[in-house]
Write a protein that binds this ligand. Structure first.
Ligand code: 5RP
Length: 231
C-alpha cells in the first residue's frame, strides 16, 4: 500500500517498531490500514531474513493480500481461536486508551481479531492521539436495517452519514457485505456508555469504539513512545 501522507514516516516508524513484538511460534492478528501495513511488510522481511516463523490472522482482504505478498503464512480463527498478539492501526486513541477504528471499514473483523488476542497493540502517529474522542464513529450496518439504524442513531444524538465509495458509485460495501455509517457524536464524554447504546441497536453489526487496547506504539518527537493501559 502506497502512503504519500504527511505522516508516512511516523506511521512507518510505529509500524515497524511493533513488528519486533512478534516471536517465532506466535499466532498474530494482522490489522488493516496504512500504518499497520508497515508492520506486515517488516514481518515479511523478518520471515525472510531471520527465519521468523509465525502465523498471521488477517483482519481484511487488504491485510490478507499484503501478508501473502510479504511471504507470511496465514491461518484462521477457526483453526487458531486464541491469538498471542494482535497489532492494528487506529483513527483516534484517547488518553484513557479508548479507540475509534473503522476508517478502512474493517472494524468488525478487527474487533473480533483484537478480542481473540491475549495482547492488543495499536500503532499510530501522533495525529491520532487525542485527549477526548471526537469521532466520527464508523458503524457497520446490515443493509436491510439501514433505515431503522439511521433513526436510532439520530435518536442517540448522532449524525449518521452513509459512507460512499470513492471509485465505485453508491455506498461502500464492507468485506462482510454490509454498509458503513460514519456517525458524528461530537466530543464523546463516555465512550463505554455510547458503545453499549450502539450495541443495543438492531441491525448494527459492529461499531468502531474499542475498549480493549493494551499498548499504544505512538510515534512522537522522532521516537516511539509505548503507552500502556493502567491496571
Ligand atoms: C481500518 C482501521 C485502520 O486501522 C484505521 O483507519 C487507521 O488507518 P491508517 O493507519 O491508514 O491511518 O481502523 O478499519
Amino acid at each position: 500500500m502506497k502512503d504519500a501522507s504527511a505522516n508516512a514516516d511516523a506511521k512507518r516508524l510505529a509500524g515497524e517498531t511493533a513488528a519486533e513484538l512478534v516471536k517465532s511460534g506466535m499466532v498474530v492478528g494482522l490489522g488493516t490500514g496504512s500504518t499497520v501495513a508497515w508492520t506486515i511488510k517488516r514481518l515479511g522481511v523478518r520471515v525472510k531474513e531471520e527465519s521468523l516463523q509465525f502465523l498471521g490472522v488477517p483482519t481484511s482482504f487488504q491485510a490478507e493480500n499484503l501478508a501473502i505478498a510479504s511471504g507470511i503464512t496465514l491461518t484462521t480463527l477457526n483453526v487458531h481461536p486464541a491469538l498471542d498478539l494482535a497489532i492494528d492501526g487506529a483513527d483516534q486513541v484517547d488518553s484513557s486508551l479508548f479507540v475509534i477504528k473503522g476508517g478502512g471499514a474493517a472494524h468488525t473483523r478487527e474487533k473480533v481479531v483484537a478480542c481473540s488476542a491475549q495482547r492488543f497493540v495499536i500503532v499510530a502517529d501522533e495525529s491520532k492521539y487525542v485527549e477526548k474522542l471526537t469521532g466520527p464513529v464508523p458503524v457497520e450496518v446490515l443493509p436491510f436495517a439501514a433505515k431503522l439504524v439511521e433513526r436510532r442513531l439520530k435518536a442517540l444524538g448522532g449524525v449518521p452519514v452513509l459512507r460512499q465509495g470513492l471509485r465505485k458509485d453508491g455506498p461502500v460495501i464492507t468485506d462482510n457485505g454490509n454498509f458503513v455509517m460514519d456517525v458524528d457524536f461530537g466530543a464523546i464524554e463516555e465512550p463505554e456508555a455510547l458503545a453499549a447504546r450502539l450495541c443495543g441497536i438492531p441491525g448494527i453489526v459492529e461499531h468502531g469504539i474499542f475498549d480493549n487496547l493494551d499498548e499504544l506504539y505512538l510515534t512522537r518527537a522522532g521516537g516511539v513512545e509505548i503507552i500502556k493501559r493502567r491496571v
